[in-house]
Unconditional design. Structure first.
Ligand code: NAD
Length: 350
């Protein structure tokens, strides 16, 4: 297996293969860039078909974290880790502790957080072996409302301000009253987003594989439920993907009627060329790692004594960053994802 000549290798500073015989741990930690600070990124547990697939994932995801943290102006670099295994059947406390030890050996260059296949409980187990773990602290606001390390409410808030920025740029409107939004996926992020949009007067359409969640949203907010496949065809202003990646592709772009794509899902473009296809169709795309950075901002500051109000201010600044990207993209006649990368690279260049 290649590394330095691997097609996903992109000047990564450090790639560590971790093994623990007693617990069966097989993991890879990739640190892409630490110019802005220690590399923070989630630990994904997945039954990868082979080691090559795990390496590809960790190299891509760690690079993505460098861009996300830089564009959000965080004092963090980019890293990620993957555990090769089935989270349903292979996960044990010993495995998580062994992963914590592997993280600890990097001395703080990498800070681990939860990702798909891992949970806050797993982070607590890793936290027994290392202090370089994030996303576990209980957070309380000024009036004593507390919540766990779950970053989803902040991700939703960032997505909401991102939609506001996109609506202002594309539709020339400073409010969301009557703006039509189709949300794909009303899980952790999507349901918080739906509530904020509803409070701002938006008209909402939702689709989710989980019918109970859909019914709850219909009863709670009076949103319109649509079949999963039909969500792309809705006559709306904004399509907000909050479920899966790669949903902007050759099949879905011709169906979209929205003039804005702005949602929290990671890796929305199946391929970069689909960012160009959106622009060619006159659809304004809010680059995913810019608009969904609210969670990483939240997780970043949980380890410091930065106040909640300051965190909110930084999450709300996602709107300004997007405005800058939209304006640069328009001026340079380039797709927004390209300008986002450019701005992030300016921010993490040494
Ligand atoms: P989640 O698992 O809580 O919610 C996803 C929802 O999408 C689920 O309710 C699921 O049933 C639904 N879904 C899955 N496939 C679907 C389909 N084909 N059609 C319709 N609905 C479908 O996840 P989440 O934490 O809300 O995250 C949503 C997206 O945002 C993911 O792509 C995630 O990577 C990204 N994201 C989340 C955060 C965060 O703070 N949670 C931060 C950054 C990015």
């Amino acid at each position: 297996m290649k590394l330095f000549t691997h097609h996903e290798f992109d000047h990564h500073e450090q790639v560590v293969f971790c093994h623990d015989q007693a617990s069966g741990l097989k993991a890879i930690i990739a640190i892409h860039n630490t110019h802005r600070g220690p590399a923070l990124g989630g630990c994904r547990m997945y039954p990868y078909a082979n080691e090559e697939a795990a390496l590809i994932d960790v190299l891509r995801l760690s690079k993505g974290m460098t861009y996300k943290s830089a564009i959000a102006n965080l004092p963090l670099g980019g890293g990620k880790s993957v555990i090769i295994g089935n989270p349903g059947s292979d996960k044990t406390p010993a495995l998580m502790r062994a992963m914590g030890e592997a993280v600890d050996r990097l001395g703080g260059r990498y800070i681990v957080a939860e990702d798909s296949g891992t949970s806050v409980a797993d982070m607590l187990l890793m936290g027994e072996m290392t202090k370089h773990v994030s996303g576990i602290a209980e957070k309380c606001d000024a009036v004593g409302n507390c919540r766990s390390g779950d970053p989803s409410p902040m991700t939703a808030r960032g997505t909401f301000v991102g939609i506001q920025a996109a609506v202002k740029h594309r539709l020339g409107r400073t409010d969301l009253d009557g703006v039509r939004v189709a949300i794909q996926g009303i899980g952790n992020v999507g349901h918080h987003l739906a509530k904020q949009l509803h409070d701002a007067g938006a008209k909402i359409w939702v689709a989710d594989l989980n019918q109970a969640a859909v019914t709850r949203m219909v009863e709670e907010l009076g949103v319109t439920a649509v079949a999963n496949e039909a969500i792309y065809d809705q006559e709306v202003d904004v399509f907000a993907p909050c479920a899966l990646g790669a949903i902007i592709n050759d099949q879905t772009i011709p169906r979209l009627r929205a003039t804005i794509v702005a949602g929290a899902a990671n890796n929305q473009l199946a391929e970069k060329r689909h960012g160009e296809a959106l622009a060619a169709k006159g659809i304004l795309y809010a680059p995913d790692y810019v608009i969904n950075a609210g969670g990483v901002i939240d997780v970043c500051y949980e380890r410091s004594n930065v106040q909640q109000a300051q965190i909110i201010q930084q999450v709300d600044a996602i709107g300004e960053t997007l405005q800058e990207i939209f304006m640069r993209a328009e001026a340079q006649h380039k797709p927004t994802y390209e300008l986002a990368d450019q701005l992030a690279e300016e921010r993490f260049a040494s």
